[in-house]
Design a protein around this ligand. Structure first.
Ligand SMILES: Nc1ncnc2c1ncn2[C@@H]1O[C@H](COP(=O)(O)OP(=O)(O)OP(=O)(O)O)[C@@H](O)[C@H]1O
Ligand code: SF4
Ligand SMILES: [Mg+2]
Length: 327
């Protein structure tokens, strides 16, 4: 259960990817993948992060872990800004922070045995060797519902769900505090998804883990998240507790995302209107001026073209960025 202590706080984080498109003359193309994002996560809490493909969820996660160099902003871990630490200074934080990826096959080295895959992070951080290392690997396999016999096998010998379990065991090998789960169940069969989510929840409970849980759609993060942030084109547009966000979404984009979740009960489905999002997501290379959502927003006003709305607290721990809330 989350306590009040904030473990991670991200302030005005930006990650721009710069590419030279010019053949003869220099012509820079700048992708504003993460554009001034701020949020916090308490110890033991799960913050869900949702939004359409390409809105910058993975880039946010990778930048927080310093797998990408931030373009600007602060990343406070336990109150310490890690955004500019050098390689050596980052080492203790690399052990505290881990990531689980969407595609467990691509993220596991196909030429390594399960034992070596799980043991590698321990070797990097000099945590255990010899018999102790082997014992810990067996324990971790047991923790994720696999067993000793799996240790000598290779990733291709496992199902998708089992591979994700190996990825989870690997992330736990260094006994981390904070794990970014980047769409960890999207590639799995629906029947397996709940098992993996339940396991992540049990692990959180047992080990006091803090999660940033990334997913495409709101229905997937509802269950696991204490709070949820909604991203659109590199910006956070709304953050609230899961309950509040589902009951009382105030940003037009969140409202549209929620209305697109299929409702199993036909009576309720009948009475709740679907809001259709028109048009495509604009490119983060050339995002709309002012509010980035304005080209698809049914409430867009003149001010939305000129002024970029900032996140404001609209209720207890409920933040949203929209000019409709300016009054
Ligand atoms: N390494 C990179 N180099 C250049 N551009 C990148 C890189 N990684 C991501 N981008 C761009 O940054 C934007 C955000 O991408 P990102 O992968 O963070 O989105 P996402 O929300 O995780 O999407 P998805 O749901 O599809 O995983 C996209 O326009 C993407 O093309
Ligand atoms: S700021 Fe304007 S365009 Fe943006 S979501 Fe609010 S009403 Fe829509
Ligand atoms: Mg992604």
């Amino acid at each position: 259960m989350a306590n009040n202590e904030i473990l991670i706080e991200v302030k005005n984080l930006k990650k721009y990817f710069v590419k030279n498109k010019g053949l003869i003359r220099k012509q820079l193309e700048i992708t504003k993948a993460v554009d001034d994002v701020s949020f916090y996560i308490r110890k033991g809490e799960t913050l869900g992060l949702v939004g359409e493909s390409g809105c910058g969820k993975s880039t946010t996660g990778r930048t927080v872990l310093r797998l990408y160099e931030p373009t600007a902003g602060e990343i406070l871990y336990g109150g310490k800004d890690i955004a500019k630490l050098n390689r050596e200074q980052m080492m203790p934080y690399r052990k505290k922070m881990q990531m689980i990826f969407q595609d467990p096959y691509a993220s596991l080295n196909a030429r390594m045995t399960v034992s070596d895959i799980i043991g590698e992070p321990m070797d990097i951080h000099n945590l255990a060797s010899g018999k102790e290392r082997q014992e810990r690997i067996y324990e971790l396999l047991d923790t994720v519902g696999l067993n000793k016999d799996h240790a000598a096998r290779y990733p291709h010998e496992f199902s998708g769900g089992q591979r994700q379990r190996i990825g989870i065991a690997r992330s736990l090998a260094v006994d981390p505090e904070f794990i970014i789960c980047d769409e960890p169940i999207s590639a799995l069969d629906v029947s397996i998804q709940a098992q993996v989510v339940n396991m992540l929840e049990d692990l959180q409970e047992e080990r006091g883990l803090t999660y940033l849980f990334i997913a495409h759609d709101l229905s997937m993060v509802k269950h696991i998240s204490d709070r949820v942030g909604v991203m659109y084109l590199g910006s956070l547009v709304e953050v609230a507790s899961s309950k509040e966000l589902y009951a009382n979404p105030v940003h037009p984009y969140t409202q549209a995302l929620l209305s697109s979740i299929p409702i199993p009960d036909p009576d309720i489905a009948e009475s709740s209107k679907r809001i259709v999002l028109e048009g495509d997501v604009p490119s983060p290379v050339n995002p709309p001026s002012g509010c980035k959502f304005r080209t698809r927003c049914r409430y867009a006003m003149d001010v939305c073209k000129e002024v970029s709305p900032v996140l404001k607290e609209v209720g207890k721990e409920h933040f949203a960025a929209c000019h409709l809330l300016d009054k």
